[in-house]
Design a protein around this ligand. Structure first.
Ligand code: AMP
Length: 181
């Protein structure tokens, strides 16, 4: 990626120190989403390697993955499927528990969201420890998805999430790295 684009994206992301807990720097992409050029360029950059790959579904993780994923699906002319917090999806689901910083949570995907063997890209705004994305990958695999890649605007490499997802055999694409947490 060229350095101008990198700077444009980095400038559009807002850092919120000590949110939601002391010691965490929250990387807020709502400012990026609100800037027309930065939003378009981020989405263009996310979809770029997958153009012509016959992707059938984008799977977005609630909630910021929905915004990026919807735009990606539109651009790739493919479907979008939501991976949601438990209790939100109305039909039969597969469900998985995953660890958060404090305690555990569960996420779900409609059982009929994917046909066996369909090519899917997973998307979220940021990968930190990779626990959220790992759970999402496992749900998709349970339904027989062919996960072509997982992509994120932001990587916090010190937390090891990328390696965790790559160890599951899923290639990872990220646009910006921030050192530390
Ligand atoms: P993890 O499961 O540790 O990879 O955390 C990833 C999820 O938590 C993503 O859905 C992110 O939106 C959110 N998240 C974790 N850390 C941050 C952070 N420093 N800034 C913004 N979002 C974060």
């Amino acid at each position: 990626m060229d350095s101008t684009l990198l700077a444009q994206l980095r400038n559009a992301i807002r850092d919120i120190p000590d949110y939601p807990h002391e010691g965490i720097i929250f990387r807020d992409i709502t400012t990026l989403l609100g800037e027309p050029r930065a939003f378009r360029r981020a989405v263009d950059e996310l979809v770029h390697p997958y153009a012509g790959e016959h992707i059938q579904k984008i799977a977005g993780i609630e909630a910021r993955g929905f915004i990026l994923g919807g735009a990606m699906a539109h651009q790739l002319s493919c479907g979008f499927i939501p991976i949601r917090k438990k209790g939100k999806l109305p039909r039969d689901t597969v469900r998985i528990a995953y660890s958060l910083e404090y305690g555990i949570d569960e996420m779900e995907l409609h059982k009929d969201a994917i046909k066996h063997g369909e090519s899917v890209i997973l998307v979220d705004d940021l990968i930190a420890t990779g626990g959220t994305a790992e759970a999402a990958v496992k749900l998709l695999l349970q339904l027989g998805a062919n996960i072509v890649g997982a992509c994120f605007v932001i990587d916090l490499p010190d937390l090891g999430g990328r390696k965790k997802i790559e160890a599951l055999g899923v290639p990872v694409r990220t646009l910006i790295e921030y050192e530390g947490e």
